[in-house]
Design a protein around this ligand. Structure first.
Ligand SMILES: NC(=O)c1ccc[n+]([C@@H]2O[C@H](COP(=O)([O-])OP(=O)(O)OC[C@H]3O[C@@H](n4cnc5c(N)ncnc54)[C@H](OP(=O)(O)O)[C@@H]3O)[C@@H](O)[C@H]2O)c1
Length: 251
């Protein structure tokens, strides 16, 4: 038996059209899963589907919207024929000092990063149960663990992701559904390329502060996705696993 084999399994990866989500979608596809990716940008979705090849498909949806989020899960389950795996990866950030945020900005970040993960998980639950079990992977951050001056809503959303993960893991363990979080360190994606422009010295600080001495690549997240979505992790639930080149281990 291959513990990491995902042949016959289907997965929905939100924000799977680029960055970390696409890195995870690549891993799941290589392990044999049929993958649906979701994002707002139709052309990014199409390019990702082309890259993933085979039977991949995309759903265009803005996950800030509850109805769109639920409809995304139904559409993916319908086209995939079943749903075994949900990766809640879509995310965004607005960087400023806490006293400068509008409530709209706060809600934008919380709705995108945290509420969408809750709503999508709720919508996926009956499908996972129907499949006799399943896997949910939520994407946290180093900001699930640490504070920083410019991330009030982002840090709140990523701290919330860890507690949401634990709550779902406890509630759905008897349904054979494992729910875990992944906490990426600094990964080179569109999100952090923007941050590098906004924050002077960020690039050098990441290199200095990360024991591995480099930025992560989206491909660094492929293996953890396969592990947490395969039989290999059937007794692993409620965890929050850093994939950070040692960043969170260094004092
Ligand atoms: N890069 C890092 O260093 C790092 C570190 C820790 C955690 N993370 C987390 O990893 C996740 C992925 O980030 P990334 O770095 O890969 O950034 P990214 O390349 O900007 O990817 C973000 C993804 O989310 C999708 N998305 C954003 N808002 C959405 C919405 N309202 N509805 C649907 N899809 C939406 C985007 O697709 P569309 O634009 O097409 O909608 C895109 O696919 C996020 O949760 C982020 O917080 C990243």
């Amino acid at each position: 038996m291959d513990l990491f084999d995902l042949k016959g399994k289907t997965a929905l990866v939100t924000g799977g059209n680029g960055g970390i989500g696409l890195g995870m979608a690549r891993g799941l596809t290589a392990a044999g899963a049929r993958v649906a990716i979701a994002g707002r940008d139709g052309s990014k979705n199409a390019a990702a589907v082309k890259e993933l090849g085979g039977n991949a498909l995309s759903v265009t949806a803005d996950l800030k919207d509850e109805k769109a989020c639920r409809a995304m899960v139904e559409e993916a389950a319908k086209h995939l024929g079943r749903l075994d795996i949900l990766v809640n990866n879509a995310g965004t950030n607005v960087r400023k000092r806490p006293e400068e945020y509008s409530l709209e900005e706060w809600k934008l970040v919380l709705d995108t990063n945290l509420t969408s993960a809750f709503v999508a998980s709720q919508a996926a639950y009956p499908h996972l149960k129907r499949a006799s079990g399943g896997k949910i992977v939520n994407i946290g951050s180093m900001m699930s663990l640490f504070g920083a001056a410019f991330v009030a809503p982002y840090g709140a959303s990523k701290g919330g992701i860890v507690q949401l993960t634990r709550a779902l893991a406890c509630a759905w363990a008897r349904d054979n559904i494992q729910v875990n979080a992944v906490l990426p360190g600094w990964i080179d994606t569109a999100l952090t390329q923007r941050a590098r422009k906004d924050i002077p010295g960020l690039h050098e600080n990441v290199l200095r502060r990360t024991p591995a001495g480099r930025w992560g690549e989206p491909g660094d997240l492929s293996g953890i996705a396969v592990f947490l979505c395969s039989k290999a992790s059937d007794f692993v639930t409620g965890t929050a696993i850093p994939v950070d080149g040692g960043y969170s281990s260094q004092g």
